[in-house]
Design a protein around this ligand. Sequence first.
Ligand code: SF4
Length: 899
Amino acid sequence: MTSVDPTLRATRTTCPYCGVGCGVLATPDGSGGAAISGDPEHPANFGRLCSKGSALGETIGLEDRLLHPMIRCKGVLERVAWSDALDHVAHRLKHIIARDGAHAVAFYLSGQMLTEDYYVANKLMKGFVGSANVDTNSRLCMASSVAGHRRAFGADTVPGCYEDIDEADLLVLVGSNAAWCHPVTFQRMLANKQKRGARMVVIDPRRTNTAEDAELFLGLKPGTDTALFSGLLVHLADNGLLDRDYIEQHTTGFDEALMRARQIAGSVAATALATGLTEADVASFFKMFRETERVVTLYSQGVNQSAQGTDKVNAILNCHLATGRIGKPGASPFSLTGQPNAMGGREVGGLANQLAAHMGFTPPDIDRVRRFWKAPRIATHEGLKAVQMFEAIARGEIKALWVIGTNPAVSLPDADVAREAMKKLELFVVSENVRSNDTVEAGVHVLLPALAWGEKSGTVTNSERCISRQRSFLPAPGEARPDWWILSEVANRLGFGAAFDYKSAADIFREHAALSAYENNGNRDFDIGALTSLSDDAFDAMAPVQWPSREGAEPQARFFANGNFYANDRKARFVAPEIPALRSETNAGRPLRLNTGRIRDQWHTMTRSGLSPRLGAHLPEPFVEIHPDDANKYGVVDDSFARVTTDYGQCILKAVVSERQQRGMLFAPIHWSEANASSGRVGALVAPFTDPYSGQPESKVTPASITPYEYVFRGFVLSRKRIELPQSLWWARAAVTGGYAYLFADNADLTRWPNWLRAVSCDDLAEYRDFGGGVYRAASFAGDRIETCLFVGPAHDAGDWDVVKSLFAAVSLSDDQRRMLLSGRSTEGVVSTGPVVCACFGVGRASICDAIADGARSAADIGARLKAGTNCGSCIPELKRLIAQADTAIAPQPVAVAN
Ligand code: SF4
């Protein structure tokens, strides 16, 4: 989408969003921005980017950036010198450790950190402070996959690679909305379908966009994945389809696992009963799996985010081990990681139950890492995992917390309790890019400015174990510094300078590589010893490289086709899973279950993606999706509002009534926070139940109730700057070209608006008042440009922000445009194209529906007419759905529509 001037020099780097790990070419424009395109040479994406990656250029800028260290003094954050901030952090840490012990301090890290930053944080805490209280937001994302891998393989190994997706004949997606959450990898799946005729099965309680292209969609009951894959294991066994040689030579525990599978789902009929699927659908899936040698099963948060997530992972792995379909071209289980460097975090030991370099807390591993680091106080047992860590903070056992690059006040389950816990800390340090977010506002004591994407330099590892360079292409702004530098400076002040005397990310990478190979001898999967001696120049130029990268050994794309697992006996373990059961029950007061997840065009808590007008146009408001039958039952109306309540909290969200949602289930996205919406912080609703092995929370089935919530008025404000709205509004903020949009709903008298507008805008004001009809519209101007524009009206007819947005984006308005502005219509007769579906070309839903009505019958037809879907392809599933809806003459399902 963004064109790159070939005369300018592009920097090869890696996308900072999801675990696909796409290569990006970034060409700085010399004034703080950069043109972005996909790197045609990167093996993860071969030049393709999704809507989020394509819009990266819109997210670079210094507005809201934290540029100086700050310390809270008498309740107010004040700018201080780096030396003062670092001295303060070290002094307070030393004091707390001396008084309460090493376990009174903790680091909470992020899957967005670079491997080098992660490495230094982990080494400092586990090797020198002497505690393993280092955990990461990756705990919320894929910890169950890690635990499942370690139980089955003896190591956290992803056996396959992306080429398997190209070469499979059957792609089974479990709990994964890859069309929205891993869009470039999903395009690879579609390319395989198109070129080779691969079939696709999608297993998910929600009929997501991913299901649009599936030959078979299995909308199973939540929490029953283990039953489905147990039924499959029994079916394979009973039909003589096991790879007996593989089981015999390379595994143990098969009989126990099969016996348990029989208890859980001993037949097609029992599987159907347990999962809520029809017997025909279950039988179809089993037939497809059994008849196809080349099967890749891809799974993600729908599997991981569960109190039985590890068992679900192992139920899937059991089927692949039993058929020997592992580590072979086109045949493997495949965990899709959510974050850009979840894998790098796993490599360095960034989870509290890992030590370092894929070593755990066994005596030999502890001794090896201690000797390598020359560590004076190495941690000797696991630390507290994320949810337990914040519980310990709430109990006052952890007194000092350093959060780096994440926003736990929004993303943790039971987030209100976690936020309150942070307020109790004696020392609360946050390394951040932004001056303010929900976590910073939870009472941070020391705020440290970290480099952001485009400024920092190091490595990340994607879902297929491919290590890529993230390179800087922008200067460091203000006094922002790399995380590794900040951590090393504190380590130095704690008296550990000799072990943290790093001069560059390359220094750290070499040490990380050396540790991976240290006394390894093929006994550990993670080995990048061949990269230990990279020079600084070679590190700068390093091309994407998949691990393992062992010194003197041939490259190895896959693991385990011939066994050779990482348990002491080099065999894999079949695991007998527990009987599937959710940790919570619904009841009369909480009759529904709340599922949470991502949307296509936003990332985490929106601190970056929320800056892009393109991305803000797709789904600009926090919403809850509900099945039409449930909507009827609970009186919820599409495009109105609803209050969702759980035992932990409540939110008011836009209501989207959709048959994509299963009866009895609600779905709400995770991205909104108090920084960008009045009542959309969904983490506060989620139960804190966790998996006993992985510690990952059950984020997808919290018992909930829903009630309609009515607002008399709705409206929007478009403003050049961030503004404070009147009290008691429901609102959500989105970026628009030239400023910000605030979409709101209100029950207060209209008469408050004129005074409010005068207080926030300039004098050149045009107004339209019809208080009797419930309408107030006004705009203020600076010269010929709109400064602020406010539309308020009855909830069913508040004016069309899409039309006004285009006038707001203009540098100057003609007299005609200025006259027509408050009518909500454009002078060129342009009508609203509706909510944006194609973010790359800004094509709205109404335009697409018109094209379909005019005969477009495929995504390619729509692309030829409107360009929609012809760049990143992320919207193609949505285009197909709109075509399908038109074909079956079902009225189109509204997405979360703007006012
Ligand atoms: Fe970035 Fe999209 Fe690629 Fe993920 S799929 S790495 S978000 S461009």
